[in-house]
Design a protein. Structure first.
Length: 127
């Protein structure tokens, strides 16, 4: 059932939600391309034990299209905090979830310097 939905997913950024038999989210993730990211879960070469377990419990997958990856990041974090899915390990501890760095240097320099990152705890920040 999930693999049929993948064909209908857009190649757009967004959030995907794997749901269990009770209809509750069991995993929430974000993607630059929803179709490619969700399809990657079904590639046997890339499956870890965690992915295999996730797919064995997932009965459906829904998605939310966003305008950008940044919007997907924020929605993903909000949904994880709200639903506390069992397969999401980060963002469930009640800590603030997104810290933004405003810089005059531009997006490419930040990417190259690995400075654009999500931190779940202030103690993880290293200056």
């Amino acid at each position: 059932m999930i693999t049929k939905k993948i064909a209908q997913m857009p190649l757009l950024p967004g959030v995907y939600i794997f749901k269990g038999s009770d209809g509750e989210p069991i995993y929430i993730g974000k993607a630059k391309s929803l179709k490619k990211r969700v399809a990657s879960y079904f590639n046997p070469k890339n499956q870890s034990w965690k992915t295999t377990l996730l797919l064995s419990e997932a009965v459906s997958c829904e998605h939310i299209v966003t305008k950008s990856e940044n919007e997907a990041l924020i929605i993903e974090a909000e949904l994880i905090k709200k639903h506390q899915p069992k397969f999401n390990t980060l963002l469930k501890d009640g800590q603030p979830f997104v810290y933004l760095m405003i810089s005059p240097f531009g997006k490419n320099i930040l990417r190259q310097a690995c400075m654009l990152k999500v931190y779940t705890k202030i103690s993880d920040l290293k200056c």
